[in-house]
Design a protein around this ligand. Structure first.
Ligand code: ADP
Ligand code: MG
Length: 705
């Protein structure tokens, strides 16, 4: 029997009655199989006895005899004091507010004790201790062993979960079959499934625990890579999407450019960078290749990914098919659409723009044209893939800045066409180890260079109390004809975009700062405010006015974070910079430095700064390379926090950590791919239960985009 087949309900476990299993259900633990892979989050080592005499070498763990009980007057209270002794010393348990312990700690009887002791008032004392009667139930004892510490939910205690887990293991673990191939278990000296489970919960020694962890981590990573590998095999077995499918001419001469691509490039006032050229060659080869493209295009902010995606779209049009380009926000989608209209319409390409905000009559007309094939390239938000949107012949989907997209969502999108090519673009560099997991089934191109002539952005830190100097500097830049962004963590005072965090009254917010900057700091200079609560139509007008240089100052929240491109904007002022994450700071800073002029980024921080905030600002000051910043981010925050893993709706690993366990991951990948190669038809159980819970992503229409 495999763990995933342990679907017995929890109340079959001794001690877990129907009334008691609710808190487990709340944690998503609905059967015995899931319970057994509810791994401890930590272990408390009580395995070595620590006698009273050694109280200063760790938490005392010993067997004592109760000598006597007294009710002593301590201050105004009468408090129970229990005198105890082991072979090495005498001590006293001070039972504040626990007079009832008098009946449980009986003079003459022996008890196991666990607690921290110290010398006070001439006595060796403990006020915080656990105890149990010695003699009975030695197998169940929480003393003299390594104890699991579990993630809990309301209504559960550590001891209760421990007891249930012990019973579940006793009833169900022994017959479990191994998930890993026997050859791997033997090669790496891993534990059997049953031993690994018993040990991860109740290890006898620390070295045994390490082996159990190693086994279960490898098992998760192995299956993860089996899943990733299968997906990539499936794609490769699909056969060609674009070229061959459409029956149009192929341009397969090693990634050579198509006629439309050449025409666009001829019209541009600049040449592609080396990185863009290489990425385009990869894409052209993929689109001509034998199976649909699944490529992730990574390039730092400003590296010119949009243009590459337009070129890819032109190739689809050259085939006589359609392309859809999706951006995460209306603002960006609009900007892409404007650029597409400017660059592509002169070539005779029919470009359209679709978001959820485009209303009925125009929308129906647009959808009809799309279905009739009268639109070549459509740009928009996730509305592009709503249920009622039908394409005549969609052969390329581009997803911009959406690394939060899980695999299931990707598949829903691709289903709008037949064997669609997929290009995902991201400026948030994904460290290699994560790329192997979240994007493990995709090929990757990187644009390592920026267009020539870009000057590095000068980054400065400034204390909040020095804000005037920053404002004066920006004023001089504005007088030179430049434009500026001011970014704040909050839209308005008191309303926090990040719930659960303590707000100080002194925090600056976008709304009141827009008013203050307009009135006191930059009177007479055209200024506008933009944030997520502003109506889309108005947002569009504001951005247009900033893009064309009518508005000089844009006050914003992090809505300007991704992709907004206004080359004349040379100043970025981020106030309360310490409240932004590293990747957000990097994205925000990337909004400037896009034109000829020297650009500046001011990170203005509050006078009281946490250690963590200080670290982040330091990273920003010392690094400009997005990949370096992403690596630093990973170090500071851990992988769980990196955009794209937790929110990916794709994987939640139980015990493995693709960053910490990078070496294991690489090995597991080799093993998994070798096994798939030998047996491509390898069947994966639907309900694979390996601790790694493959979460079902929400249906696409509900996706939080
Ligand atoms: P990102 O990769 O951040 O999405 P964009 O596609 O927004 O970058 O490009 C940034 C800017 O660089 C745009 O104004 C674009 O027109 C310009 N650009 C793109 N490629 C080149 C190039 N090869 N040479 C000069 N400028 C370029
Ligand atoms: Mg972009």
């Amino acid at each position: 029997m495999f763990l995933r087949e342990l679907t017995a309900s929890l109340d079959r476990v001794k001690g877990a009655g129907p009334a008691k299993i609710k808190p487990f259900l709340n944690m998503g633990i609905h059967n015995v199989g899931r319970l057994l892979c509810h791994y401890p989050r930590d272990w408390e080592d009580r395995s070595r006895p620590v006698p009273l005499r050694d109280f200063d070498r760790g938490t005392v763990c010993t067997v004592v005899t109760v000598v006597s009980n007294v009710l002593a007057q301590l201050g105004r209270m009468k408090t129970l004091k229990v005198y105890i002794a082991d072979e090495t010393a005498r001590a006293v348990l001070v039972c504040f507010n626990r007079p009832f312990l008098e009946k449980q700690l009986v003079p003459g009887n022996r008890y196991r004790i666990f607690g921290s002791f110290s010398y006070k008032y001439g006595e060796l004392q403990s006020t915080s201790f656990e105890f149990e009667a010695a003699g009975e139930g030695a197998a169940e004892t929480n003393f003299f062993r390594i104890l699991p510490v579990y993630p809990l939910s309301a209504g559960l205690t550590q001891n209760y979960v421990r007891a249930i887990m012990r019973n579940a293991l006793r009833q169900y673990a022994a017959p479990l079959e191994n998930e890993l191939p026997a050859s791997i278990i033997k090669r790496d000296n891993l534990l059997s499934k049953a031993d690994a489970l018993n040990t991860i919960h109740f290890p006898r020694t620390i070295s045994e625990l390490e082996l159990a962890k190693k086994t279960l981590i490898y098992e998760e990573l192995f299956y993860l890579e089996i899943i990733v590998g299968k997906r990539s095999l499936e794609r490769k077995s699909l056969g060609s999407g674009g070229a061959a499918h459409s029956g149009a001419a192929r341009y397969a001469a090693d990634g050579e450019k198509t006629p439309l691509q050449k025409r666009l490039l001829e019209r541009l006032p600049f040449a592609l960078t080396k990185g863009q050229e290489a990425a385009l060659r990869d894409i052209n080869r993929d689109m001509d290749g034998a199976c649909p493209m699944a490529r992730l295009l990574q390039g730092d902010v400003g590296s010119g990914k949009t243009l590459v995606s337009f070129l890819a779209a032109l190739k689809a049009v050259d085939f006589g098919a359609q392309a859809a380009i999706m951006a995460p926000t209306e603002l960006l989608a609009q900007q892409h659409a404007d650029n597409a209209a400017r660059l592509l319409e002169p070539l005779g390409i029919r470009v359209a723009f679709l978001t959820g905000n485009i209303k009925t009559s125009g929308r129906n007309q647009l959808l009809r044209s799309l279905a009739a094939g009268d639109i070549d390239i459509i740009l928009g938000t996730h509305a592009l893939f709503s249920n009622n949107v039908v394409y005549k012949k969609l052969s390329l989907v581009v997803i911009d800045e959406q690394h939060r997209f899980g695999v299931t969502q990707r598949q829903a999108i691709l289903a709008k066409g037949e064997r669609c090519d997929l290009l995902m673009m991201s400026a948030t560099p994904i460290p290699r180890t994560l790329a192997l997991t979240v994007f493990g089934d995709m090929d990757i191109s990187v644009i390592p260079d920026l267009p020539p002539g870009r000057k590095p952005i000068a980054t400065h830190l400034a204390r909040e109390s020095n804000e005037k100097k920053v404002y004066d500097f920006v004023r001089r830049e504005l007088e030179q004809g430049r434009q500026a962004y001011f970014v704040y963590p909050l839209i308005e005072g008191g309303g926090d975009e990040r719930p659960g965090e303590l707000i100080q009254q002194t925090l600056k917010d976008a709304e009141s700062m827009a008013a203050r900057l307009a009135k006191e700091v930059f009177p007479g200079i055209p200024l506008a405010l933009v944030h997520s609560r502003i109506d889309e139509e108005q947002k569009k007008r504001i951005m247009e006015s900033f893009r064309t240089g009518v508005t000089k100052i844009l006050v914003a929240t992090s809505v300007v974070e991704v992709g907004v491109d206004v080359p004349n904007a040379a100043c970025m002022v981020i106030e309360h910079a310490e409240r932004f994450g590293l990747s957000a700071l990097h994205q925000l800073r990337g909004r400037v430095g896009r034109g000829e002029a020297q650009s500046f980024c001011f990170l203005v921080y509050s006078d009281e700064l946490t250690e963590d905030g200080k670290q982040r600002l330091k990273v920003m000051l010392e690094n400009s390379d997005g990949f370096m910043i992403a690596e630093e981010d990973l170090k500071l925050r851990g992988p769980g926090q990196i955009a794209g893993t937790e929110q990916s709706g794709y994987l939640k690993l139980g015990i493995a950590d693709p960053v910490r366990d990078a070496a294991e991951l690489a090995r597991a990948r080799v093993d998994a791919f070798a096994i798939l190669e030998a047996d491509p038809g390898l069947l994966l159980p639907e309900n694979l239960c390996i601790g790694a819970v493959l979460r079902r992503a929400p249906p696409f229409s509900d996706a939080g985009v």
